[in-house]
Design a protein around this ligand. Structure first.
Ligand code: ADP
Ligand code: XUL
Length: 537
């Protein structure tokens, strides 16, 4: 019997609670797309007054999102899906993806409010009072530099923290955010019964009970022993008192962790026994959606942030840059990743300034200049950057002679931005020992052929894509299916075996060797410019 036999008509939902919006992808047991839906926080829920889904605070480094917005979004998304006739009654399992690192601070009454959800009232009405703080710190926050240095000091240095948790201390990683909360808002910390990640929080709302933090998303906290896949006592102790009790246990990615609460059955028509498979982080879910496993297969995710990641069996965590996470699909594998914070939002700014707000004009401008941009190089940070670590925003332009340039023409600016982003990504991939042989593109900007061609030329490898740009929600749907298959078999079934029938990828671009040579020649200069900027920031 095949692992998918009898599941032809069963449906699997993957949610994706991302920085800018909430999405859902529904597939059947033959990988056919049955339904998809998305909403945008800024435009669909304008009363939260977010920009890009977040609130940037006046200090320039603190970034939060209102947790209640994520809750209200879930009702709104499900309402729209039900109105479009999504057959929720055929769903057998749900899972989800959440932006990584963001934390949700649940107070004493939260778990009983979740358990008692009443279908005659909205989630927003019932869950408004469950937060110890309404503002959830998210991954764009860079306000915890002091806490990071302290964690590294307590645990024996950056490399020691990386060896234990998979990453050196990073500002956005949840443990450092927790240390800051404990130090600066002890009353909030004390009032918190459970600290959830965005992923485990959304799962908990759907299940009406506390669903634990999943291993791959737990890896983004500087708190978990990433090899043992459980909390590291030394990291917990160095972060805040009594933390273990507030976090609960870590859970494997593929188990059934609960079932969808009666609230969603009564309001939207889910059946009475729908499995909730733990929600994971967005990049880990994209790894699942892109079925990464073959050596040399790397994802390049061009969403709010730009990330480069792959699945590996034998990782060596770096105390300088990059992350290692537990894999969300294989209890014996890991995920390696680089993150660039200044991704789509900078591209949008340059699009607005140089291309009149149009992606088509942006692509045309990119086509007007040649690879290498006549020696011009641009490095653009609108927010503090993660890779390379730069705290101060700024736009840096250099002429062919290496001297700072005041401005570029519109066409030069567009090329400088796109080339600068990818050459920097390649530079840091080389430094982290990552060697892509093929790229699988995902995220909103993967729809842009000029951007994809440049990525292919810079890395010197072909670029492929799935049929959808949101592989995080697709991967969450695959993970729901995987969890269900494991449960039905009563054992762990390999992920590759489970998803072997999923649609093939399309080739989007082949690299031009001459352009690739030009970019190889740029690596050193970009590295020097970045090092100067870091030294000044
Ligand atoms: P998230 O990280 O929130 O999941 P997405 O993967 O949904 O982000 O990507 C959203 C981004 O995609 C938007 O900020 C937008 O700038 C970008 N985007 C959408 N279409 C295009 C396009 N044609 N060219 C370049 N970027 C695009
Ligand atoms: C990953 C990271 C971002 C967010 C975006 O470490 O911080 O890619 O996951 O949602």
């Amino acid at each position: 019997m095949g692992v998918l036999d009898g599941l032809e008509d069963a449906l699997f939902v993957g949610f994706d609670s991302s920085t800018q919006g909430l999405k859902a992808t529904v597939i059947d047991g033959r990988f056919r797309m049955v339904h998809s839906e998305s909403l945008n926080y800024d435009t669909d829920l304008p009363h939260y007054k977010t920009r890009g889904g977040v609130h940037r605070h006046a200090d320039g480094v603190t970034v939060t999102s209102p947790a209640l917005m994520w809750v209200e979004a879930l009702d709104l998304l499900l309402q729209r899906m039900a109105a479009d006739g999504c057959p929720f009654n055929r769903v057998v399992a749900v899972s989800g993806s959440g932006q990584q690192h963001g934390s949700v601070w649940l107070n004493n009454g939260a778990l009983s409010a979740l358990r008692g959800l009443d279908p005659s009232r909205s989630l927003k009405e019932q869950l408004g009072g469950v937060f110890a703080t309404p503002d959830s710190p998210i991954w764009m926050d860079a306000s915890t530099r002091g806490q990071c240095r302290e964690l590294e000091r307590r645990l024996g240095g950056a490399q020691a923290v990386a060896d234990l948790t998979g990453s050196r201390a990073y500002e956005r990683f949840t443990g450092n955010q927790i240390a800051k909360m404990w130090q600066t808002e002890p009353a909030v910390y004390e009032a918190t019964e459970r600290i959830a990640l965005v992923s485990s929080f959304m799962a908990s709302v759907l299940a009406g009970e506390g669903i634990p933090i999943e291993v791959s998303d737990g890896s983004g906290m500087n708190l978990m022993d990433f090899r043992a896949r459980r909390w590291a006592p030394a990291a917990l102790d160095a972060t805040a008192p009594g933390l273990g009790a507030k976090l609960g246990e870590v859970v494997a990615s593929h188990v059934v962790a609960g079932k969808v609460h009666a609230y969603f059955c009564a309001r939207y028509g889910f059946g009475g026994d729908v499995a909730v498979i733990p929600f994971a982080g967005d990049n880990p879910c994209s790894l699942a959606g892109l079925r990464l496993g073959k050596e040399g297969d790397f994802a390049i995710s061009l969403g709010t942030s730009d990330t480069l990641f792959a699945s590996v069996l034998d990782p060596s965590p770096s105390g300088v840059e990059g992350h290692v996470f537990a894999s969300p699909v294989d209890p014996k594998a890991y995920m390696v990743m680089l993150v660039r914070q200044n991704g789509s939002l900078v591209r949008e700014k340059v699009r607005d300034a140089a291309a009149g707000g149009s992606w088509d004009v942006f692509a045309r401008l990119l086509g007007q200049t040649a690879p290498g941009n006549g020696g011009r190089i641009g490095i653009y940070f609108d927010e503090p950057e993660i890779t390379p670590p730069v705290m101060k925003a700024g736009h840096y332009r250099f002429g062919a002679d290496g001297r700072p340039a005041v401005s570029f023409s519109d066409a030069e600016e567009v090329r400088a931005l796109v080339e600068g982003q990818f050459v920097s990504m390649r530079l840091h991939a080389v430094r982290a020992g990552l060697k892509p042989r093929r790229l699988l593109a995902t995220g909103g900007a993967s729809a842009n052929s000029g951007i994809i061609r440049t990525a292919s030329d810079v890395f010197g490898v072909p670029v492929y894509a799935a049929d959808v740009t949101d592989t995080a929600s697709l991967g969450a749907a695959y993970r729901a299916l995987h969890g269900w298959v494991c449960k039905r078999a009563g054992r762990f079934v390999g992920y590759a075996e489970t998803v072997s029938g999923a649609p093939e990828f399309r080739k989007l671009a082949d690299p031009d060797p001459a352009a690739n040579d030009v970019y190889t020649g740029m690596l050193k200069r970009v590295g020097q410019f970045e090092d100067d900027i870091i030294a000044r920031s």
